[in-house]
Every structure is written in C-alpha cells, then in structure tokens.
Design a protein around this ligand. Structure first.
Ligand SMILES: [Zn+2]
Length: 232
C-alpha cells in the first residue's frame, strides 16, 4: 500500500510526516540505488592501474576508418584532448583499445620552455594530427634522455630515454595514408603514444630514481593540503 503511487512520492510523504528534510531523504534514497559504472569512450582520462592501459590495442580495419563509430571516437578524443590541453592522447586512455592517437604541439606548449631548452630538445610546432594504425621505424638510434609526463600518470614526471628520430606511417582520420619524419621532441611524442597502443607506459622505461611528484614543493608549502584533479 505504501508504495502504490511511487516509492519516491511515498517516501517524501513519510519524510514530511517525520520532519526529515527533502535533501536528507534524497541523499538517503540515492544511496540505495546503485549507479551503473560509466561506459567508454570516457570523457575523462583513465589512470595507471586501469587494465585497459596494459592491453595491446587492436588495429582499426581500414574500411571502418570513415565509419560513424570511429568518427565518433575521434570526436570524443578531440574533445578530451582540448579540455586537458594534451600534447598526445591515445584511444586506450579514454578506455577504447584501438590503435588511434592524436598529437599536437602548439605555440602555447612551446612557450612553456625557454629558448635554450627548445633548441636542445629540438622542439617545433606541430599541427593537430589524428593517426590511425601507426607503424614506427627508428631512423636515428641515438638515445636522448629528457623529462616526460603522461595524463594517465597524473601528478608525476620522470626522465625517459627515447630514440632521436623516427618515421611514422599510418592513416589520417579521412583514411588517407600519412608518413611523417619526426626528430627530437615530436619523435619523443610519437614513441610515447605508440607505447600506449602497445600497452606500455613511460614508467616501464623511465630512470626510476628520477620519478618525481610534480607538486612536492607545494605539498610542503601547504602542509600537505593539496588536491590533484583527475578531470577537466
Ligand atoms: Zn601518456
């Protein structure tokens, strides 16, 4: 009899008669109802420990690159990429185990480094590019070591050795073949993103002694009262 109209309406009536606020009731009631977990593609970037980051991603069948499903995935990735102001983002990082990544190194990214660093690290502006089913060929085996970070290892960075130059072959979002010769910082970004598609993270190849919490000084300044956001 109590739940004949609707459980919530009856509960509101019960709350009023017992002088419980609507807010208290709503919070109690929502605690009873289990929310289903979100389904990928996510609008956030997943973090180290998520099994999806350890899987070798599947190729996108070439005839499906222009399908509405893959185009939808690219659209979601572009949105996340923009919101997080990424330099690189792979599909596994939003929970989809497919060989797709986006890179961009724009004027704002470049501004974060001084002139000397830009030169040493061979940094150049690179327009936003979607790469599907990439294959990487090392063209200069010289190993260069610089500090690297990853949106899936939020709050840390470390020194990582990478090859100085690579040739990247794959397809763009229109299904057209692309081939890019990359040196320096761009070659590093490509190797980082390729690793994501192979289930690897920079923590696998970093110099372990250099792993650094990016805000360790702020932790001291604020007596530990620091929060690291995992969404943007
Ligand atoms: Zn990453």
């Amino acid at each position: 009899m109590l739940f004949r109209v609707s459980p919530l309406k009856s509960l509101i009536h019960l709350a009023q008669s017992r002088k419980i606020s609507y807010g208290q009731l709503k919070s109690w009631y929502s605690g009873l109802v289990k929310k289903p977990p979100p389904i990928p593609p996510y609008s956030h970037i997943i973090q180290i420990g998520d099994p999806v980051l350890r899987v070798v991603a599947d190729n996108v069948p070439n005839d499906l690159i222009k399908s509405s499903e893959i185009q939808f995935l690219i659209k979601i990735m572009k949105g996340v990429f923009k919101r997080y102001d990424c330099v690189g983002l792979s599909a596994p990082q939003i929970g989809i185990s497919l060989r797709v990544f986006i890179t961009e190194f724009n004027a704002n990214h470049l501004k974060a480094f001084d002139e000397a660093e830009r030169k040493t690290k061979e940094m150049k502006i690179f327009p936003q590019t979607v790469v599907i089913n990439p294959q990487l060929k090392v063209t200069d085996y010289t190993k260069v070591i610089y500090t690297e970070a990853c949106e899936s290892v939020k709050g840390y960075w470390a020194d990582v050795p990478r090859y100085r130059a690579v040739e990247l072959n794959g397809y763009n979002e229109n299904g057209e073949k692309i081939s890019i010769n990359a040196k320096g910082w761009l070659a590093r970004i490509f190797q980082h993103e390729l690793d994501h598609l192979d289930g690897k993270l920079y923590t696998d190849s970093m110099d372990r002694k250099t792993l650094t919490c990016t805000c360790w000084q702020v932790v001291n300044e604020r007596s530990g009262k620091v929060e690291i956001p995992f969404n943007r």
